[in-house]
Design a protein around this ligand. Structure first.
Ligand SMILES: [Zn+2]
Length: 167
């Protein structure tokens, strides 16, 4: 049983992100985190704060009862902050009551994988990526600008979705 419970719910994490984008009504990148947070606030008590963490923490998520608080490292680059908040929202939406994060796209922990997959689908929706590629965009730097994410995130996402060969 443990083995099944410990498997990351990748499909579910992506689905939750897609539904959220649909609820927000996003039709084009970049995805605005503020809009996403405001959408969640309609049904949940969620607060998001910049915070003076040390270098070793990107963000935290703490849920107590019905209210959740997300803090993100105010000293970091905007791209990293966006991914951190998206990641912490992922922890919240996937029902993880605690998230303490350092940026690690290659984490093997199920909860971290779920949060990363959620964040990736939220900030770089597969449908939007496919559209870019279909329109002939083969430039990762340009894609990073369009999605307002780091080039590292775009590369990781393209590899995850097996899209590199299609570019
Ligand atoms: Zn995390």
């Amino acid at each position: 049983m443990d083995e099944i419970q410990n498997k990351p719910r990748v499909g579910s994490a992506r689905k939750v992100a897609r539904q959220l984008l649909k609820d927000v009504g996003v039709s084009n990148p970049p995805i605005m985190i503020k809009d996403v947070v405001n959408q969640i606030k309609k049904s949940s008590d969620l607060s998001v704060y910049p915070w003076a963490f040390g270098d070793d923490t990107d963000g935290i998520q703490v849920t107590r009862g019905d209210s959740a608080t997300i803090g993100y490292n105010q000293a970091q680059h905007r791209h990293r902050q966006r991914f951190t908040v998206a990641h912490e929202i992922g922890h919240f939406m996937m029902g993880h009551t605690n998230g303490n994060s350092i940026f690690d796209l290659n984490s093997k922990k199920p909860e971290e994988i779920e949060a990363n997959q959620f964040a990736a689908e939220l900030l770089m929706p597969l449908a939007f990526l496919n559209k870019e590629i279909k329109n002939g965009n083969k430039n990762v730097k340009n894609m990073a600008q369009i999605f307002d994410v780091s080039e590292e995130s775009i590369w990781w996402r393209l590899r995850e979705c097996n899209l590199i060969g299609k570019m």
